[in-house]
Design a protein around this ligand. Structure first.
Ligand SMILES: [Zn+2]
Length: 380
């Protein structure tokens, strides 16, 4: 599809293997995405994907931002004191050259797998206080589409991913909303970006109330295909919302999420559909469709969708200036010594932690490779 020329920064990309670097760069160049942000999630047999992201940033220091993930081993070693550990880990992330923090811990399957304490519990309190004090931006995945709790409404593709949460063993979405709102009341300075429109694309008046109440709260546009269906039901209302909250909305695609969940690297077709979907929605007037049946987690969703044709000045904000205001106009520089130290620590901790899933082997190889890479850089 043809779009207007804009400088586009993708705030939400996943990257789980340094071997994917050329593929990722090629896809982003092809999609006319300049700067981008890698959001690091925990990993079942490698603990952390922060080393991969920092290695990528070393190759493209002006182009790559990194929102580091917390070291979830802190949840196992001392769950009741995890907030103290995570608060300390923020210093480490920043020293290494991370630009912010990513938490996927509010995705219900993740929360159950890691036995995560309530976000507003005393266990987490020191961490939130430190986040607010450091003024670090956070991309926070809280909940999932509401139909994932409903045995009738949940889509098949979501069920196949193991994302049916209605059997009573998962946290409910309303419990998590109230935990997170409690946090924002306690820490109104927290610079938070809720991923996937906070899963409230279907309840815009409610989302408006939260955005009005918490001036440091933001949302990203990363699909959730259901968001674009919700917007299409009433494009005029959606457009008014985007105009009103033009300073609080960030562009993102989830490119790389497929590789993370299903293996097989970065899929050019899936990636292009994501970019086309979000940009068409923002820029086109009237009905549009995307290539049907091929996007990962988007099957059966071909549209029609409705574009909201935003003015160029608003697109500029959503495409990059809102992110830059939160995370800086340029990615922060890397500190090789801090990275080497943390990668060496990870390489030692990973085998001790083992793999989270039966049949998997703990894998310290990337942490070792990245530590070796930065040692060589220093020597050069
Ligand atoms: Zn994601």
């Amino acid at each position: 599809m043809n779009f207007q020329t804009h400088s586009v920064l993708d705030a939400h990309i996943h990257y789980d293997n340094p071997a994917l670097m050329p593929d990722l760069i090629e896809i982003l160049d092809h999609s006319q995405i300049g700067k981008f942000n890698i959001v690091c999630t925990p990993h079942t047999n490698r603990l952390s994907l922060v080393p991969d992201a920092l290695h990528l940033k070393a190759h493209y220091p002006e182009r790559v931002y990194v929102f580091g993930g917390l070291d979830i081993s802190g949840l196992f070693t001392a769950p009741a004191a995890c907030g103290v550990y995570f608060a300390g880990y923020l210093d480490k992330l920043v020293q290494m050259g991370c630009d912010g923090v990513k938490m996927i811990e509010g995705k219900p399957d993740m929360r159950r797998m890691l036995s995560i304490p309530a976000f507003d519990s005393p266990a987490y309190a020191p961490y939130w206080a430190k986040m607010e004090e450091m003024s670090l931006p956070l991309i926070f995945h809280v909940n999932d589409p509401e139909e994932f709790w409903d045995p009738v409404l949940i889509p098949d593709w979501a069920k196949r991913q193991g994302w049916f949460y209605g059997d009573g063993s998962y946290v409910s979405n309303e419990v998590q909303y109230s935990e997170v709102l409690n946090l924002l009341h306690r820490h109104p300075g927290l610079k938070v970006i809720f991923a996937h429109f906070f899963f409230l694309s279907n309840q815009l008046p409610r989302l408006s109330d939260y955005l009005d109440e918490f001036p440091n709260m933001h949302i990203d546009l990363t699909p959730g295909i259901e968001m674009y269906y919700a917007f299409a039901r009433n494009p005029d209302v959606a457009r008014d919302f985007f105009l009103k909250y033009q300073d609080r909305i960030l562009f993102g695609t989830d490119i790389g999420a497929k590789g993370l969940l299903a293996g097989g690297g970065i899929d050019p077709v899936d990636s292009q559909i994501r970019v086309d979907l979000v940009r068409s929605f923002l820029e086109k007037e009237g009905e549009f469709r995307v290539v049907s049946g091929q996007g990962f987690l988007m099957e059966k969703f071909a549209g029609p969708f409705q574009g909201i044709n935003l003015p160029a000045s608003v697109l500029e904000k959503i495409y990059h200036t809102n992110f830059e205001r939160l995370a800086g106009e340029h990615p922060s520089p890397l500190n090789p010594d801090a990275i080497i130290q943390e990668c060496q620590r990870l390489a030692a901790v990973i085998p001790a932690m083992g793999a989270a899933r039966p049949g998997e082997q703990a894998d310290p190889s990337v942490a070792e490779m990245v530590s070796h890479y930065f040692r060589e850089q220093k020597g050069a």
